[in-house]
Design a protein around this ligand. Structure first.
Ligand code: DGL
Length: 267
């Protein structure tokens, strides 16, 4: 079981925020990461398209020998998780539920903001999951589609990102929320800017950490072996490598470009 890797996928670099937490918590596990950089962003795409892409991504990770799949993409988690659980015979973990539990634990006044892609917000997956836990909560959702492009372009410290953050988040602040779920795995990369916009009174909930708690229930952390990483993308590996090294604060070694729709080549 330990020789098989944990499989993680996202539409691009965003899932690396989840990868980073998993790597920290499980240094001995092998991990295979797939970023679907040829088809990013998933946020504006239809439900059926995202489900189709998610199944292809998961199948690829299965072919890499994954023993468990982490859907490190909120857009996929909100529309495709149930289908993935049905079609795959290995455990599949999404990012919505862990994030919701953490938000509910962090909000004192019961007013929670959710930011995510258009697809995630449209699906209402977060609002429904929060209200299922406690229907006295008030949930305010806001799609922030430009955030994904800003991250994919490596503009996490650019002045324009501050202006856009202000534009997106001011309406939420007017609702007196005291916690915001970063409902897209790209957003933790903008955490410093988002926190600056909303102020320190508002807790930012990053589901990446919550996901590791879920994994802990399935995997056992005791060993001294060191795990290795393999990264795959469907396009633009140089761009991925550059942004990944900033997010992970180290260079990535094994990075392979795989062609979608063809039989996957595993090095
Ligand atoms: N990082 C993804 C998410 O968590 C997808 C962003 C996108 O591709 O639009 O939703």
């Amino acid at each position: 079981m330990r020789k098989q890797p944990i499989g993680i996928f996202d539409s691009g670099v965003g899932g690396l925020t989840v990868f980073k937490e998993i790597r920290k918590k499980f240094p001995f596990e092998d991990i295979v990461y797939f970023g679907d950089t040829a088809r990013v962003p998933y946020g504006p795409k239809s439900r059926n398209t995202v489900i189709e892409y998610s199944i292809q991504n998961a199948r690829f990770l299965l072919q890499c020998g994954a023993k468990i799949i982490v859907v490190a993409c909120n857009t996929s988690s909100s529309v495709a998780l149930e289908t993935l659980k049905k079609v795959l015979s290995i455990p599949v973990i999404g990012v919505i539920e862990p994030g919701v539990i953490s938000a509910v634990n962090n909000s004192k006044n019961g007013k929670i903001g959710i930011i995510g892609t258009e697809g995630t917000i449209r699906s209402k997956a977060y609002s429904q999951a929060i209200l299922k836990l406690n229907n006295n909560y008030e949930v305010f959702a806001k799609a922030c589609p430009l955030f994904v492009s800003l991250v994919e372009e490596g503009m996490e410290n650019h002045e324009i990102t501050k202006i856009i953050s202000n534009e997106y988040l001011t309406p939420l602040l007017k609702k007196k929320i005291d916690a915001i779920i970063l409902g897209c795995t790209h957003y933790p990369i903008l955490k410093h800017i988002i926190q600056q916009t909303v102020g320190n009174e508002v807790t930012l909930v990053d589901s990446a950490q919550a996901v590791t708690n879920e994994l802990e229930k399935i995997l056992s952390p005791e060993t001294s072996e060191t795990g290795c990483d393999k990264f795959y993308v469907s396009d633009n590996e140089d761009k991925f490598r550059k942004i990944a090294s900033r997010i992970l604060e180290r260079e990535i070694e094994s990075l392979i470009n795989v062609k979608l729709g063809e039989s996957w080549y595993l090095a």
